[in-house]
Design a protein around this ligand. Structure first.
Ligand SMILES: [Zn+2]
Length: 146
């Protein structure tokens, strides 16, 4: 058996003490990708997990590295999407063995991506001519008017 990268973020309840505990690791769960968004590496997580009655409370942080395209200058740049306040609760019963956080963790990371990513706050954007858009065809018309 080859060691595989975990592709689900699951909490094994048997490993969690009644007073709660911290789970940490890295899982490869981001399958979202388009022309401008390329995730690399896995989601790093550090979560405090605590069973409270019929619920499992989960809170902590998630991080995922992305290669994004700057919406101003169009260059590629690397950034880390950090969710500092991941907070969820899950219903658990006596027979619950595992709680699957994959979908919630993935959604949090994706929603946390900037709508208009910029490589830096100081990014000047694409260089534009001081007089704006110039089209030679119209200057030809100007010539005719004379
Ligand atoms: Zn830029």
């Amino acid at each position: 058996m080859d060691a595989e990268v975990e592709e689900r973020l699951e909490i094994d309840l048997a490993a969690i003490p009644p007073e709660g505990g911290t789970v940490e690791g890295e899982v490869d769960i981001i399958d979202y990708e388009d022309e401008f968004v390329h995730p690399f590496g896995g989601v790093r997580y550090s979560l405090f997990v605590q069973p409270v009655g019929s619920e499992l409370l989960v809170k902590g942080r998630l991080e995922q590295d992305f290669d994004l395209v700057c919406s101003r200058c169009g260059c590629d740049f690397d950034t880390t999407s950090k969710v500092e306040d991941f907070l969820q609760s899950y219903e658990i019963g006596e027979k619950t063995q595992k709680v699957d956080l994959t979908t919630d963790a993935r959604d949090s990371i994706i929603l946390n991506l900037p709508t208009y990513p910029v490589c830096s706050e100081a990014c000047p954007g694409v260089e534009t001519k001081p007089n704006g858009f110039q089209d030679g065809r119209w200057s030809a018309l100007d010539e005719l008017k004379k």
